[in-house]
Write a protein that binds this ligand. Structure first.
Ligand code: IMP
Ligand code: MG
Length: 178
């Protein structure tokens, strides 16, 4: 499919699956290098958007790790709402742990900044951020984005977990709004 319609908008093919997989594999290699030693870290995958990235990434990880899925929704439509939400879904304490936040996309940085502050409040020992996509032109946060698989411009994309008002998450390629 070269062109799709989700709700009222048309999207065209932007990044094929093979390119994404290759970028994810390279990111995993960086993590494998950086986490070869030390305490067992916890991957904190932020739902819903990062389910596909997390599944792909984890297949290439070769160090001992734990994985937890959390939720922190703060986005609706094609622009950030600026709302602050709560972190839900954690069953075990993260106090003193090494945490790797796994995000689908870092846009303005609002979500990751809020999440980072919450983890600091919980007494997490070390926090790193790993995102599939980074929009450097839109990012206004102070949090260091330690790992990003791909950079894109300020355009709106869907697929590989990312949605447009809840549609398009299952697409294995990335599509860009026309
Ligand atoms: P931020 O708080 O502005 O960094 O936005 C982060 C969240 O906005 C992500 O977790 C996504 O859910 C959503 N988002 C930002 N840009 C896009 C996009 O291009 N497509 C789909 N969702 C996006
Ligand atoms: Mg999201």
């Amino acid at each position: 499919m070269d062109r799709i319609k989700l709700h009222d908008k048309y999207f065209k093919l932007f990044i094929p699956n093979e390119k994404i997989e290759e970028a994810v594999r390279k990111t995993a290699q960086q993590l494998n290098h950086d986490y070869a030693d030390g305490d067992i870290p916890v991957f904190l995958s932020v739902l819903n958007g990062s389910f596909m990235f997390t599944a792909s990434l984890m297949k290439y990880i070769d160090f001992l790790s734990e994985l937890s899925f959390v939720k922190m929704a703060s986005y609706c439509g094609t622009s950030s709402t600026g709302q602050v939400k709560q972190l839900i879904g954690l069953s075990d304490s993260l106090r003193g742990r090494r945490v790797i936040i796994v995000e689908d996309i870092v846009d303005t940085g609002k979500t990751i900044t809020d999440m980072y502050a919450m983890l600091q409040d919980m007494g997490v020992a070390d926090i790193k951020v790993c995102t599939l996509f980074l929009k450097p032109g839109a990012y206004k946060g102070n949090v260091r984005i330690d790992y990003h698989a791909m950079e894109i411009g300020n355009e709106f994309i869907v697929g590989y977990g990312l949605d447009y008002d809840q549609l398009g998450r299952q697409l294995q390629d990335i599509y860009i709004v026309e």
